[in-house]
Design a protein around this ligand. Structure first.
Ligand code: SAM
Length: 309
């Protein structure tokens, strides 16, 4: 299950340290090497949150009784939902994703697991085979989900958004197949299948789903929010995801009004910090290195002190 060679593509290693804004407390959770956390998602997700798993464990373990439902409205590779269910931190999860290709992958993984696994084991990821698959219009959800997985694992940085390029030289000199590990992917899928009865997925607009669920004031519901972030204008969201327009102030408002327990991650920008202050949320920063080894700060926002204080 653990593939130590494979951090999330745009995910930064936790480095601990001294970058960022000194007015925001640095999270006391020790810096974690993403290789030490089980990689449970079959997708290599740009902006994936494997590095956040130790924080998620602490956040959810503090809640008693264990939450009945974790909602993840911007699921992507779904690492937080998968980890929470598989480690028994929550009873069930519900992921939402608007991207049709990513949604097809989750439908295929959850409803057609054995057939998807068989296709993976049969596939030889040559350049020609990948090109042919990318041109083909999938005729059912299994084929569509399989196509998403192959493109995700053969395009540079796992990026599926329009304009993404193939992993030509390969990320370790092995060409398009450099991130195609059929056995590892199949193991992850079979683990997902083992827990499928507790994993829900909706192809839908995450904000609308949240609006509906939070209106029910269910005390057993918690929310993990990792939106595509474009509020700063120049950050990665637009390049990485086909869907990237979110009403960030509206999202903060909705969470504040609901009174629900949540954990949210964002890039560290003045605009997000002003929303945090406006709603009186708690915030810590985690300092990481990006793929270009620049130090960046990511915010972890909660309604109550979990990592601060
Ligand atoms: C930052 S990524 C999530 C990464 C995820 N936490 C992981 O670890 O893999 C944000 C995701 O939200 C999706 N998304 C964008 N707009 C959405 C919307 N309105 N509703 C649901 N999902 C959306 C994007 O397609 C992208 O997959």
């Amino acid at each position: 299950m653990i593939d130590p060679t494979e951090p999330d593509p745009v995910t930064r290693e936790c480095a601990g340290g001294d970058a960022g804004d000194a007015s925001v407390q640095v999270s006391p959770i020790p810096a974690v090497n993403v290789a030490s956390v089980p990689q449970r998602s079959p997708l290599r997700y740009p902006g994936g949150k494997t590095w956040l798993v130790p924080h998620i464990r602490i956040w959810l373990k503090e809640i008693a009784p264990a939450p009945r439902l974790l909602v993840e409205p911007f699921a992507g590779g779904g690492i937080v939902s998968l980890t929470s269910v598989m480690e028994g931190l929550v009873e069930r999860c519900l992921m939402a994703e608007l991207d049709r290709d990513v949604a097809a992958f989750w439908h295929a993984a959850l409803r057609h697991g054995p057939a998807l696994q068989e296709r993976i084991l049969r596939f030889a990821p040559t350049r020609d085979a990948v090109d042919a698959l990318s041109r083909k219009h999938p005729h059912d959800v299994l084929e569509h989900g399989f196509r998403t997985l192959v493109l995700n694992r053969t395009r540079r940085g796992g990026i599926l958004a329009p304009g993404a390029s193939l992993n030509r030289a390969g990320e370790n000199g092995k060409g398009v197949a450099s991130r195609w590990y059929p056995k590892t992917i199949v193991d992850r899928l079979s683990e997902i299948e083992n827990h499928a009865a507790r994993i829900g997925f909706c192809e839908t607009e995450g904000m609308k789903l949240l609006d509906t669920l939070l209106g029910g004031s269910d005390p057993g519901l918690v929310v993990f929010v990792d939106p595509p972030y474009t509020a700063g204008g120049k950050r990665a969201g637009k390049r990485l995801y086909a869907h990237n327009e979110i009403d960030h102030p509206g999202l903060f408002e909705m969470l504040a009004d609901s009174g629900a327990d949540f954990l949210m991650t964002y890039d560290h920008t003045p605009r997000i910090m002003s929303l945090v202050k406006k709603h009186g949320f708690e915030v810590v920063q985690v300092i990481m290195k990006n793929t270009h080894h620049a130090r960046i700060s990511e915010l972890i926002i909660t309604p109550r002190p979990v990592f601060s204080g």
